[in-house]
Design a protein around this ligand. Structure first.
Ligand SMILES: Cc1ncc(COP(=O)(O)O)c(C=O)c1O
Length: 373
């Protein structure tokens, strides 16, 4: 059996006929950038996120960067985020000129530690970016409360959590701004790059619409220095079609996680994902953990069995050469550092059935052992 790590192809099959037809129609009409297709997706995505505005942009990194810019964040400001996030979260902060301030993660959920966020707030802190890592949402009621006490803005990095809800409220709708990536293997993935910012604020929305399009909303009217970061028309059409499947696909991912957890429960040296509740985890990734000495052996063994895995992420941000200048070093974020050496993401996608989960689990147990009755 061969089991891919993700399966954007299986998702594509669901929308293929409708999407190809729409691409042909819009191309014939000469619509290649913008158009009603983008506006329609933005409206649908805003409704899905229970907020008044969604602004399509070029990718998730730009979504974070432009969200920070819309708040006027720049040199002299500090922005707090997780040490164990994807590098893009910190790149976005860096490029505004603000200083990224990192915090460690919880060893069970891998989500940022709220106590460390609280302890890291200073007079210069202008924003906090909680990362809903692996598809599980941060406890946003608590995070929002500590930010509100100090007048700090919250920008959710929801790149991995499209479709998740915490206490009934969708990912992205808790913060002043919520940022999404539509990279093809995300839970809501385009057929190339794409991203969006959702917001409750009319003011931020107006600013973002200008920032993404050369500083204006009317051609050759430039109110501020902007960027070129728009959501492509053909991507918006794919996303609009896929959005109709998102809840079904989230249910499928949760079911696949249940199969894994069931079949792996007797794996002796394996830590399974800690799930707070059903709704707030959409299993973008199913991440297990083993001893550092065993992890790479396990990865290689699975590959031999035809099972593709990944490590998200092998190096915490503070130990990458890119962010050495922040002045952190080994030992500063011990949980993030330990996790980076021990985690392994198993295949997780809508093509995973019970048979595939059982096959992966058996192969894992050939290395990770079995609890003997
Ligand atoms: C947590 C997180 N933040 C930001 C991004 C950046 O998104 P993109 O790749 O669309 O720029 C990603 C995905 O790649 C991500 O996983």
């Amino acid at each position: 059996m061969r089991i891919t790590f993700s399966s954007p192809q299986a998702e594509f099959e669901c929308i293929q006929a409708a999407w190809l037809q729409r691409v042909e129609e819009t191309a014939r009409r000469g619509v290649f950038v913008g158009g009603t297709e983008v506006a329609q997706f933005e409206e649908a995505f805003a409704n899905y996120a229970h907020v008044p505005h969604a602004i399509g942009v070029g990718n998730g990194t730009d979504a974070l960067y432009l969200a920070l810019k819309s708040l006027g964040i720049g040199p002299g400001d500090e922005v707090i985020t997780a040490a164990n996030t994807f590098i893009a979260t910190v790149e976005a902060i860096h490029h505004t000129g603000a200083k990224p301030v990192l915090v460690d993660c919880d060893p069970a959920t891998y989500l940022l530690q709220l106590e460390q966020v609280r302890a890291s707030c200073t007079q210069a802190t202008k924003a906090i970016i909680p990362v809903h890592l692996y598809g599980q949402m941060v406890e946003m009621d608590k995070l929002n409360a500590l930010a509100a006490e100090r007048g700090i803005a919250v920008i959710e990095d929801s790149a991995q959590a499209a479709g998740a809800r915490y206490q009934g409220k969708p990912a992205g709708s808790w913060g002043e701004l919520g940022c999404f990536s539509f990279y093809p293997d995300k839970n809501l993935g385009a057929l190339g790059d794409g991203g969006a910012v959702v917001t409750v604020s009319d003011e931020r929305a107006a600013s973002l619409r200008k920032l993404r399009n050369h500083g204006g909303t009317t051609r050759y009217e430039h109110d501020l220095p902007g960027f070129n970061s728009r959501l492509d028309t053909i991507q918006a059409m794919a996303l609009a079609l896929k959005l109709d499947y998102l809840d079904e696909w989230s249910r499928h991912r949760r079911q696949a996680a249940k199969w894994y957890s069931e079949y792996l429960r007797d794996a002796a040296s394996l830590q399974l994902p800690a799930q707070r509740d059903e709704e707030s985890h959409v299993y973008h990734l199913y991440v297990v953990r083993t001893e550092a000495a065993q992890r790479d052996k396990l990865k290689k063994h699975l590959q031999k069995r035809g099972i593709l895995t990944a490590i998200q992420y092998p190096t915490p941000v503070h130990l990458t050469p890119a962010f050495a200048h922040l002045g952190y070093g080994p030992g500063d974020f011990p949980e993030a550092e330990r996790a980076a050496g021990e985690i392994l993401s198993l295949p997780m996608h809508i093509g995973m059935g019970e048979e595939q989960a059982a096959y992966v689990a058996e192969a894992v147990k050939e290395i990770a052992g079995r609890v003997l009755a």
